[in-house]
Each structure stands twice: as structure tokens, then as C-alpha cells.
Design a protein around this ligand. Structure first.
Ligand SMILES: O=P(O)(O)OC[C@@H](O)[C@@H](O)c1c[nH]c2ccccc12
Length: 263
């Protein structure tokens, strides 16, 4: 079975091997521990909610395997500042090169251009990448339950939390959700895009919602494009959103954010 996640996983293992050869684990761990403190990713979302506002995790993404190049004119620090000026709670920055045309430098530059906490949006297959994320300044990591075992996710979560980072665990079905709920993190992302087929349906979020205890923060991810999508989620008590494409295709991603969420 050759699907995109399997390909990505293989690439990530190669990348980690190369990165370890360049900077060994002990050195990347020291760099992570020496980084300036992480910003409070979950606190930034809760602060929006406390003011009755949606928590928007605004994504910086040049391209994707399903859409190709999404944004030609790509200036991560300018986009980050624009998002911050228009009410984003947090950033999500793609750092995967091969499939999303991301870069570590985009995360660093975007985070430096504003005071928002930032998610390293990548495919974590090895603890090495968790230390690497913090050494680049990341405030949160993503764990994709579709391809990780519970012990792996527990390890990566423990490392992230010891470094002061938040964890967003991503699921798209009930079996993955069962695993995700065994982690400590309150942040549970439901990806409306099936990473194996690229099909997108907001029904994925609606279907899984009732199985999630109310103390968790549900993040609806992918395919949020129009005001009706936001309204549907809010009617179902989902107040945290991860949005990329709808912003990336507009001249001002920040203004697009404002008009989708705060009009
Ligand atoms: O651009 P969209 O449809 O608004 O989606 C954003 C985000 O959810 C999507 O980029 C994403 C969700 N999970 C991922 C995992 C890896 C890479 C990318 C993703």
C-alpha cells in the first residue's frame, strides 16, 4: 500500500538520519534546552476563548502535496506580522521541505516577526525532531496519530512538555482518537483532510466531537474556507481552528483571517 503518509514517513527517517550525522542528539538536546523559553500556545488559545473569540491557529504554507503551490509571493515574517495584526492566536509554520516547500528558517523568521506562539508543522517520527523543534524556537509540536504508536506519542509528548512546548495530537477517526485521549495534552486536532486520500469533509469533526471530553480543546483542521464553515463549527461548540489555504490564497492573509472570523 503506497500512500502519501508512508512516503513522507520514509523521507522523514532519512532526514533524521542526516540531521543526526550533522548535529548529534546530545548537541541538539543542549540547543533545545538553551533556547529562550517557549511561548504559551495553549494559553494564547484560552485567552481568545475567555474573551468570547475563536482561537485561530493561522498557517504559513507555500505548497502541499494535494494542492501544489498555493502561494507564489511567500514572505513568512510579513505573513506572520499580518496574522498577528488581525487577531490570530497562534501560528502554524510548515517546516517540511520535500512535500510542503517549508523550511526551518520560515518558522524562525515568522516567530521572530511577532509575539505569537508557533507550531512546528511537520511529521514527527523521532524524538530528535522534538528537540530540533525547540532549538528552532517552536512552542508546540504536532503528533499525527495515524502513523505513531501510543508509546511513541507518550515519549514525544513527555519530551515536548519537559521543554515547555505544547502538543497538538491530530486524529481523523475514532481509533486514532482513542489513542489521542490517552495523552495528557488538552489539544486534540481533528483533521478534516484524510491524509491518505486527500478527501476533505467537515463531517469528520462533527462525527468525532461527541467522544471528546469537554476539558479538551478541539481544534478543527483543514477545509475551513467560508463563513458558513466557521458558523457550523461554532454551532457545534468548536471554537479553535487551524486554517491555511483560505488565508494563503489571499493578498493579505491577515485581512482574510479577519473577514472569515471577525467580520
Ligand atoms: O490549508 P487548510 O485546508 O486550511 O489546512 C490547514 C492544515 O489543517 C493542514 O495544512 C494540515 C493539517 N494537518 C496536517 C499535517 C501535515 C501537514 C499539513 C496539515
Amino acid at each position: 500500500m503506497s500512500d502519501i503518509l508512508k512516503k513522507i514517513w520514509a523521507t522523514k527517517h532519512e532526514e533524521v538520519a542526516a540531521a543526526r550525522a550533522a548535529i548529534p542528539l546530545h548537541a541538539i538536546r543542549e540547543a533545545a534546552e538553551a533556547s529562550a523559553p517557549a511561548r504559551d500556545f495553549i494559553g494564547a488559545l484560552r485567552a481568545k476563548h475567555a474573551s468570547g473569540l475563536p482561537g485561530v491557529i493561522a498557517e504559513i504554507k507555500k505548497a502541499s502535496p494535494s494542492k501544489g503551490v498555493i502561494r507564489e509571493q511567500f514572505d513568512p515574517p510579513a505573513i506572520a506580522a499580518d496574522y498577528a495584526a488581525h487577531g490570530a492566536a497562534c501560528l502554524s509554520v510548515l517546516t517540511d521541505r520535500q512535500y510542503f516547500q517549508g523550511e526551518a528558517d520560515y518558522l524562525k523568521a515568522a516567530r521572530a516577526a511577532c509575539d505569537l506562539p508557533a507550531l512546528r508543522k511537520d511529521f514527527m517520527v523521532d524524538e530528535y525532531q522534538v528537540f530540533e523543534a525547540r532549538s528552532w524556537g517552536a512552542d508546540c509540536i504536532l503528533l499525527i496519530a495515524a502513523e505513531l504508536s501510543l508509546p511513541q506519542m507518550r515519549d514525544f509528548e513527555a519530551i515536548a512538555q519537559a521543554l515547555g512546548m505544547a502538543v497538538l495530537v491530530e486524529v481523523h477517526n475514532g481509533a486514532e482518537l482513542d489513542l489521542a485521549l490517552q495523552l495528557a495534552t488538552p489539544l486534540v486536532g481533528i483533521n478534516n483532510r484524510n491524509l491518505r486520500t486527500f478527501d476533505v469533509t467537515l463531517q469528520t469533526t462533527l462525527d468525532l466531537l461527541s467522544a471528546i471530553p469537554s476539558e479538551r480543546i478541539v481544534v478543527t483542521e483543514s477545509g475551513i474556507l467560508q463563513p458558513a464553515d466557521v458558523a457550523l463549527m461554532q454551532q457545534n461548540s468548536v471554537h479553535t481552528f487551524l486554517v491555511g489555504e483560505a488565508f494563503m490564497r489571499q493578498p493579505s492573509p491577515g485581512k482574510a483571517l479577519e473577514s472569515l472570523f471577525f467580520r
